[in-house]
Design a protein around this ligand. Sequence first.
Ligand code: SF4
Length: 189
Amino acid sequence: NDKEKVNPENLDGYSKKHYPLCMRHMHEILRSTHHLKHRCRLQYGLFIKGIGVLYEDAMEYWKKEFTKTMDHEKFEKQYAYEFKHQYGKVGSMINYSPYSCIKIIMENVGPGDHHGCPYKHWDPSITKQKMIEQGLSSEGVNSVMEMVTSGHYQIACSRYFECTQGQAPSVVVSHPNQYFSDSMNLFKD
Ligand code: SF4
């Protein structure tokens, strides 16, 4: 494993430049509300573990964010275990893997939920609006939306990658962590 350690302080920057839309959205929700619901904590928590955030750093990161709206005791009591669990430090001690796109696309996502795959689970008008806000060309937005409406979510994601990064990913996106490492590789000095 040649993964480099990722400092959580870089996640704000990475989320804008190297995250797929699903992870970027959850990162923004976390930073603006200082909370994520259970399914988000799993999907996003395992993703950042997968990109190289180490256990101790992840615990600090979650604690720092969550305790902006709750006291430390509540965090330790109600949430710390779950994040330890993601790193296989408690319970069955399984070292869980980040979710693949298929797994994320198959998730149940209800109103008010922020996990899942935007191309599959969001109202298409919201996805479109989000991409316009992020500065994609109307040509780019249309090429992504074409795949959204035909149900090819991972191709939609690959086109989003192409529009934002200037070239296609190495293969069609099948894993958010693959998206991230492809993007990081493109911008390596
Ligand atoms: Fe995330 Fe995969 Fe959906 Fe892209 S296709 S937004 S990486 S779940």
